[in-house]
Design a binder for this molecule. Structure first.
Ligand SMILES: NC(=O)c1ccc[n+]([C@@H]2O[C@H](COP(=O)([O-])OP(=O)(O)OC[C@H]3O[C@@H](n4cnc5c(N)ncnc54)[C@H](OP(=O)(O)O)[C@@H]3O)[C@@H](O)[C@H]2O)c1
Length: 218
């Protein structure tokens, strides 16, 4: 994957900052967008010359590849704010999870979507010309960039309607130390997004937050 590509990250939280830092570390010019750019001042001061902060719209315009890393309940609003026309034709790496505003039950998160409609399907409908690829949604931010795990590279499950976009995201994942499992079209997000529930259970029950999924075959 060419480092000439510019990366726009929508999301000022831990995921936005970690992924933006990862892209900058790997030599990509990166802009993180927030509704309140002042939030990112401290981060931008430490993130190096390749990373800068801007508004949501600026980050969406800046990126050849756009990362969506906002609170699940705000994801549709963030896509509207970024502008479906601005995102048209761009790869949108969607790390969001549809976590509801309700506490987990015995460590199991509540979602505001159903098993028949994922958040990414809603986002893809909102911005039909954007090339959404689900990625980085099923691991904690601490392990997103070049994780060191004794079992070797973990597996990231991805999906989306655009084969070329998925190939490009596979390149990003390889650079970030991941194997990729392409689960198919946008509807596969119905299965990938709930992996976040499974991933969080050891965290909520045993305060064990350092793990990742790996698919093994003979
Ligand atoms: N935390 C993890 O380790 C992890 C791992 C995998 C996936 N994820 C998923 O990644 C996403 C980001 O998670 P996070 O932990 O980094 O942060 P978060 O607290 O879930 O989200 C922070 C971001 O959401 C935006 N936001 C909140 N309310 C908004 C609204 N009403 N309208 C527009 N934007 C709004 C904020 O924007 P402003 O900057 O404009 O305030 C901020 O950029 C989530 O969907 C989460 O489920 C998280």
């Amino acid at each position: 994957m060419s480092t000439k590509k510019r990366i726009g990250v929508i999301g000022s939280g831990a995921v936005g900052q970690v992924l933006a830092g990862g892209f900058a570390k790997h030599g990509f010019e990166t802009m993180v967008g927030s509704r309140d750019a002042a939030k990112l001042k401290e981060w931008a001061a430490k993130a190096g010359s390749l990373a800068k902060a801007g508004t949501v719209q600026e980050a969406a315009r800046f990126g050849d590849i756009v990362v969506l890393a906002v609170k699940g309940t705000a994801a549709e609003e963030a896509v509207r704010l970024a502008g479906p026309e601005t995102l048209a034709g761009k790869i949108v790496m969607d790390a969001t999870n549809p976590i509801a505003e309700a506490p987990p039950t015995n460590g199991v998160l509540k979602f505001f979507t159903s098993l028949d409609e994922s958040l990414m399907e809603r986002l893809q409908r909102l911005a039909p010309k954007a090339r959404f690829v689900k990625a980085f949604s099923c691991v904690g931010n601490a392990l997103m960039v070049n994780p060191k795990l004794s079992g070797g590279p973990p597996t990231m499950f991805i999906c989306g309607n655009d084969a070329e976009a998925k190939k490009e995201v596979e390149g990003v994942l390889k650079l970030f130390g991941w194997e990729t499992e392409d689960a198919g079209m946008v509807e596969a997000a119905r299965a990938i997004e709930p992996l976040c529930m499974l991933w969080c259970i050891p965290g909520f029950l045993k305060n064990d937050w350092v793990h990742a999924f790996k698919l093994i075959r003979p």
